[in-house]
Design a protein around this ligand. Structure first.
Ligand SMILES: NC(=O)c1ccc[n+]([C@@H]2O[C@H](COP(=O)([O-])OP(=O)(O)OC[C@H]3O[C@@H](n4cnc5c(N)ncnc54)[C@H](OP(=O)(O)O)[C@@H]3O)[C@@H](O)[C@H]2O)c1
Length: 486
């Protein structure tokens, strides 16, 4: 049975809490899944009465919940749990006040769940103050928002500091992509269908493509983004997490350790990209002015006021290879960028072409593909071929898309990734969270690319906003006689 949980959100006044965490918690209440949650204490730097925080929270929920989801009766129940406390991260006395607030309703067997949705550079100090200020209880867990550092060294430092206070089995590192229904559905499709099981390997798979395309620009995050770039911001976490789920071996069970062991093996098998091949394997781009969805937009350099921003990529495409029995010879093409033609995230498993054609039209151009859409809509489609209908003498092929998504799914079952992840953190299930060794392995691999870029002085190519990145991204696949699926 799940124990009762008191949740404390650091950064409770921030953008993430306002737009995602509080709406997700409200939805869990609405769907009667929040029974173990006794209290939700949000923190911010300013002094504020709990009633003021609650009133702001209500206004924000009405704004950010899906249409029709706000419910006054649920709000009564939700707001009764909602509290606020002022905490400046490095102010020890504030943690003693938090400890006193938590102790006011202390009870046996209650787990304290600390969600750190603030600057990652504060995580170490917050954890140590929680311990020193007496705010830890009988049992505790911590949830860490991304990004965990800006490279392997800084990530290790944060992990080390957190580990001095929280055990690894109590540490939940979020990558919200893992909370998406379709990513979990990928496990069901891969391991639940004998049809796919034998095909999922280099004998039958030609290549894998993972695209995370955004149509927005840096939107006020220019100075942060200028120091970060697309590789650190997106590839190190979301794209490598998705890649490891696509490529992992069947786990011994669906338990967190077994799944994470298999994901970790994939990360270990990723062939490093170094100065010897970085120019052939990667493309860096930066958006210039252009038009997205019919609107004229400016270029990154006009938006970001950071002196080094000319060296920052807002787009990256790369060819990764996995040195394993299953995947040797199969390229994994990854790309992500801002101000692209449209917003979508997709995984494409492209199967090998027929070795020989029996048909009148050229089927060698047509391949079977499994296309898994993560956003904006979550769908899985299998692209197959059948006969073009009609009385023509010759048999001709045409593509047919089979929907593997349950179209009749009750829309009340739709949920945001944060609902899934908060629920799992409340129940102490780590399956969809990243283990320390995974995050560090991902940084090790991306650090090697960044070092290689420095060594070869890799240029950042301009692309027009509203396109799918620089032409070199197309060339990356054309060189291999392939093309991006769009
Ligand atoms: N926003 C997103 O969509 C998103 C998505 C993924 C990950 N994240 C990550 O989530 C974290 C929060 O992002 P955000 O966008 O919500 O940031 P934000 O809007 O800038 O909010 C930051 C929060 O941290 C608090 N804070 C800042 N400095 C503090 C300090 N010295 N001591 C105590 N509290 C402090 C702020 O309190 P005051 O308001 O009282 O100043 C605020 O509640 C970051 O790690 C970010 O990378 C955000």
């Amino acid at each position: 049975m799940t124990k009762m949980v008191d949740l404390v959100i650091f950064g409770g006044t921030g953008d993430l809490s306002t737009r995602k965490l509080l709406p997700a918690l409200f939805q869990l209440h609405r769907h009667e899944l929040a029974a173990p949650l006794r209290r939700i204490i949000c923190t911010g730097r300013g002094e504020m009465e709990a009633a003021t925080f609650q009133s702001d929270a209500r206004t924000n929920l009405e704004k950010f919940l899906p249409t029709g989801a706000f419910d006054a009766a649920v709000w009564e129940q939700f707001s009764a749990k909602l509290d606020y406390i002022q905490i400046e991260a490095d102010h020890g006395a504030h943690y003693e006040a938090l400890a006193a607030l938590l102790d006011q309703q202390s009870a046996e067997g209650v787990t304290r769940l600390f969600y750190l949705a603030t600057l990652p550079s504060l995580y170490g100090a917050i954890c140590q103050h929680l311990r020193d200020g007496g705010a830890l209880g009988e049992q505790q867990r911590v949830v860490l928002e991304k990004p965990l550092g800006k490279d392997l060294d800084s990530c290790r430092e944060i992990n080390e500091q957190v580990a001095q206070v929280f055990a690894e089995e109590d540490t939940f590192r979020i990558d919200h992509y893992l909370g998406k229904e379709t990513v979990q559905n990928l496990l069901a499709v891969r391991f639940g269908n004998p049809l796919f099981h034998p095909l999922w390997q280099n004998t039958y798979v030609d290549n894998v493509q993972i695209t995370v395309a955004e149509d927005i620009g840096v939107e006020g995050r220019g100075s942060y983004y200028a120091k970060t770039g697309a590789l650190r911001d997106m590839v190190q976490n979301h794209l490598l997490q998705v890649l490891s789920i696509v490529a992992m071996e069947p786990p011994a069970s669906l338990e967190a350790t077994d799944i994470r062991d298999e994901k970790m093996k994939v990360l270990r098998c990723l062939e490093p990209i170094t100065e010897t091949n970085v120019k052939h394997r990667t493309v860096r781009g930066r958006y210039d002015a252009g038009a997205v969805n019919g609107q004229a937009v400016s270029g990154f350099l006009e938006e970001a006021e950071y002196k080094d921003s000319a060296h920052t990529e807002t787009f990256v495409a790369l060819k990764a290879t996995i040195n394993s029995w299953r995947w040797a010879g199969v390229p994994f093409y990854l790309r992500t960028g801002k101000r692209l033609k449209k917003r979508y995230s997709e995984i494409v498993i492209e199967f090998k072409k027929q070795a020989f054609s029996l048909f009148a039209n050229d089927p060698l151009e047509l391949t079977n593909k499994l296309v898994i859409r993560l956003q904006p809509e979550e769908t899985i489609m299998l692209h197959t071929l059948n006969k073009r209908p009609g009385l023509t003498k010759k048999l001709r092929l045409q593509p047919v898309e089979l929907h593997l998504t349950n179209e009749s799914r009750d829309t009340s079952e739709n949920y945001d990734a944060y609902e899934r992840l908060l629920l799992d953190a409340i129940h102490g299930d780590q399956t969809l969270f990243m283990r320390r060794d995974e995050v560090e392995a991902a940084w090790r691999w991306t650090d090697s690319i960044i070092d290689a870029w420095d060594q070869v002085d890799m240029k950042v190519e301009a692309y027009n906003s509203g396109t799918m990145g620089p032409s070199s991204a197309t060339a990356l696949l054309v060189r291999d006689d392939r093309s991006w699926y769009e």
